[in-house]
Design a protein around this ligand. Sequence first.
Ligand SMILES: [Zn+2]
Length: 155
Amino acid sequence: MRIELAPDIEPRLRKALQRAGSREIGGMLFAEQLAPGRFRIIDFSLDSHSGSHANFRRDPALHHKALTAFFEQTGRDFSRFNYLGEWHSHPSFPVRPSREDIDTMTDIVEDSSSEITFALLLIVRLRFWIWMDHSMTIFARSCAPQRTRLTPRVI
Ligand SMILES: [Zn+2]
């Protein structure tokens, strides 16, 4: 699977991280499917939850609202534009997914009442207020989590 970022995503993430300081933030990732197995992250939501690391299980109403807004913006072309996963920050520790992160993501893809059968977890952290570390893990139903990296954008 190839995952890349649209050009404005990294600066927007960096700005949100700078604003949040030591507070953990996160939300959903939205993507355009460019080809089978190839996705470009074109937007993300930013939940205004405060504080603790354990807290990225999002508010379902907020989730629904952000998802609906994205679908409206992209003309409800679900096969091309859709939810890709979750992101959050680890301001005070490495970007490796925690046990709880893995459990939360596994719940999302293993929920048999949901259409989501795979989802990405992007964890980001600012270093020295400039560099952005990241980890990316793919969760798919009935599969072990798999680490991946962002694919550099080819112009
Ligand atoms: Zn985490």
